[in-house]
Structures are given as structure tokens and as C-alpha cells.
Design a binder for this molecule. Structure first.
Ligand code: GDP
Length: 373
């Protein structure tokens, strides 16, 4: 047909011919709806299921590189639960000279007792370390609509006649934030962007007019990454490792030669040091299993997929069935986090010289950072 229809959920061009290709929607649904959605978005929204559709990385690069050629305001979204994992490393290359507002999302997941001022300081420090200048930093919960009015106010103050580009890796909450902002800007009956728990829901840019402004707000496709556990596990596994609410940190008093399993996805061995607390920040529903270091290999071989889940038998990426070791020493001084991208982190108070070995699937980012909390 002559008419080009766009899915109001993910921005992909809608087609009614090929059920297995991106953008498919049944013809009748397209005719009936004022804001048509593709079948993929329909399913995500109504059944919480997702069909993988590939969009190659060049597609992302092209869309993002165009931002630097325009006069734009950039809203960069990161996930507080996985800060380094959700940080777009090439952000400067993409956005050029355009000003950046940094939105650190999912603040609702941090423990109730969190000292917010400390987290803000931590963020400014980490951003500086990345060598990127941002105009302002916001700590928000897009989902709970907490503090996003400050983001709206900053956009209003800075946008002028420009467009606002919302960028970030897949799954940081861009669509959720945009839905919240549009509500604040007074968008009444428009289309809602599809939001979902699975990475890579937004397939191409979606442009929505900003009410009472000349420019638009533009949802860019979430940059796909391969270094977060959330990129590798099945949808069922994603549910096990994604926090749904305030994290309740759990402290394990460990002697050396003891190990902690985070499901079957990661293992932390306490190799050397005095008895001390290891505080685990991960999804409350995730199984954490303590064992003797000398039994850890056998436990893993015997019980992966049964006692230690995720991964689940038969439905997971084979990459998840083998763990690789990373060694770290932590000197006494500041509290430090051992971060395993996508599943959380473990805090050590930094009172002792400590040696740990962290095991995780190949490619998963593991690092030590100054403690967030
Ligand atoms: P996008 O891929 O960056 O557009 O991310 P989405 O907006 O689709 O959100 C990805 C997932 O993160 C969904 O499961 C959202 O419900 C969840 N999410 C988004 N914002 C928040 C938030 O503020 N807090 C929490 N806990 N989850 C959020």
C-alpha cells in the first residue's frame, strides 16, 4: 500500500505480509486502531512475552550519529542498578557538542535507607571519571514518577526550539521516562510507548511533538550490549535477577575460603582476609547460596539449573554454563563494591586487605568501584 504506518509502541514501520519479520501486524488490527501497534509490542504489553527481532548495530550507530549533526538537547538515561553496564561509552562521539542532561533512573530500587546526597556525589564523581561533561544530574524513578518534574523543568528551560533526544542502552527506562514526561508536558490522548522488561524493545526512533513547544521528543533505539547478564539470560532468568522493588541488602559474615553463589550466574570466592561482612545488593527474589570454597566447583557442576538458578536447564544460552575467574585485591580504606553487570554488587567495608575471586560468564563485565551506598 502507499500508506506508511508506524508502530506507536516501538516506531518500526508496520507491515502486514510477513509474520516472522519485524513490524508485522495483522491487517484487521491495523485498520481498526487509531494508533496501530506491531504484534511484538502488542504481545509485550498484553502478555509480557517477547519475540526477538534483530536490528543490526549499524542501524543504531547511524541513528545515534545523526544526533551530533543537529542542534539538539540530549537526555542520557542510565540505570542506577547497573551504572557502568548501562553507560554509553561513545556518548561524546554520538552527541557532539550538544548539551547533556543525565538521568539516573530506577532510584526506587535502592534500599530505603539510602543517603541520596551521597549517591548524587558518587554519580558526579563517576561521570567525571568517564570524561564527559553533563549539564545536570537527576536521580529519578521513571516508573514511580518520582522527581521527573525536575527533568521536565530542565528540558523546558534549555530546549528552546530544539528537539530532545533520549538516549541510553536498552532497558534503562527511556520509554517509561518519555511516557512520564509527556504526561507532565500535557500530552493527553496520544500514543503510549511500549515499555518492557526485556532489552531492545524500541526498534527505531519515535518522534512525538512536545506540547506547547516547537521541537519534539525523540525515543532512540536502546543500544544493545553484550556485557550485562541481563543481555544473556532467558526472559525467565531476567525476571529472577531484575529487582522489582527496594533492594534489601543481605550481609553474610564470611571467613576466608568461603564462597557465595548468586543463582548459578556468578560466584564470589573469599580467598584471603579476616572474617568480615559481604553485603549483597541484588534482586530480593534471587537465590544466594553460601558454601565452602573447596566444595564450590562440585556444587556448580552438580546443581547448576536445579539448586543454582538461573540459568535454567534447556532454555538458556550455552555461554551461561561456564564461569570465568577474575581476581581482585581490595586494600583497606574506602568501602568498595564488587560489581557484576546486570545482577548487582557486593559491598566490602574496606577495613581489611582482602583477596577475592569473582566468577562470571564470559564477556560479563566485572569490576571494583567506590561503594555507591
Ligand atoms: P527502554 O528500553 O530504555 O525504553 O526501557 P523501558 O522504558 O522499556 O523499561 C525497561 C524496564 O525497566 C521495564 O521493565 C520497566 O518497567 C523498567 N523500569 C523503567 N523505569 C523504571 C524505574 O524507574 N524503576 C524500576 N524499578 N524499573 C523501571
Amino acid at each position: 500500500s502507499e500508506l506508511e504506518l508506524i508502530c506507536s509502541g516501538c516506531g518500526i514501520g508496520i507491515q502486514t505480509e510477513d509474520k516472522t519479520a519485524a513490524g508485522y501486524a495483522p491487517l484487521n488490527s491495523v485498520v481498526e486502531r487509531e494508533y496501530p501497534v506491531c504484534q511484538r509490542c502488542y504481545r509485550i504489553k498484553h502478555y509480557n512475552e517477547v519475540a526477538p527481532v534483530a536490528l543490526n548495530n549499524e542501524g543504531f550507530q547511524k541513528i545515534l550519529s545523526d544526533i551530533g549533526k543537529r542542534n539538539a538537547l540530549v537526555v542520557k538515561v542510565v540505570d542506577l542498578f547497573d551504572f557502568a553496564g548501562s553507560w554509553v561509552k561513545d556518548i561524546k562521539k554520538y552527541v557532539g557538542q550538544n548539551p547533556i542532561l543525565l538521568v539516573a533512573n530506577k532510584a526506587d530500587l535502592l534500599p530505603r535507607s539510602t543517603n541520596w546526597e551521597r549517591v548524587e556525589n558518587w554519580l558526579s564523581y563517576e561521570v567525571k571519571k568517564q570524561g564527559v561533561e553533563v549539564e545536570q544530574v537527576f536521580l529519578v524513578s521513571a516508573k514511580k514518577r518520582v522527581e521527573i518534574e525536575h527533568v521536565k523543568a530542565a528540558i523546558e528551560a534549555k530546549v528552546g526550539t530544539r528537539d530532545v533526544y533520549v538516549v541510553g542502552t536498552a532497558n534503562v527506562g527511556k520509554s517509561t521516562l518519555i511516557n512520564g514526561l509527556l504526561q507532565l508536558f500535557g500530552e493527553e490522548d496520544g500514543a503510549e510507548l511500549t515499555t518492557s522488561r526485556y532489552p531492545g524493545t524500541t526498534l527505531s526512533t519515535i518522534r512525538i511533538d512536545l506540547p506547547n513547544h516547537e521541537g519534539s521528543i525523540i525515543d532512540t533505539p536502546g543500544i544493545m550490549t553484550r556485557h550485562r547478564l541481563t543481555d544473556l539470560v532467558s526472559p525467565k532468568g531476567v525476571r529472577d535477577i531484575t529487582p522489582e522493588e527496594y533492594i534489601n541488602p543481605k550481609t553474610y559474615q564470611l571467613n576466608d575460603k568461603q564462597s557465595l553463589f548468586l543463582g548459578g550466574l556468578a560466584r564470589v570466592d573469599y580467598v584471603e582476609g579476616p572474617k568480615q561482612g559481604f553485603t549483597v545488593y541484588c534482586a530480593n527474589q534471587l537465590n544466594v547460596h553460601r558454601t565452602k570454597l573447596e566444595n564450590a566447583d562440585e556444587l556448580y557442576d552438580k546443581h547448576l539449573g536445579t539448586l543454582l538458578t538461573p540459568p535454567y536447564e534447556g532454555e538458556e544460552n550455552p555461554l551461561l554454563h561456564k564461569l570465568y575467574a577474575h581476581s581482585f585485591t581490595i586494600k583497606s580504606g574506602h568501602p568498595q563494591d564488587i560489581v557484576i553487570s546486570g545482577i548487582g554488587w557486593i559491598t566490602l567495608r574496606g577495613q581489611h586487605f582482602t583477596t577475592v575471586k569473582v566468577h562470571a560468564p564470559k564477556g560479563v563485565d566485572v569490576h571494583i568501584r567506590r561503594a555507591l551506598i
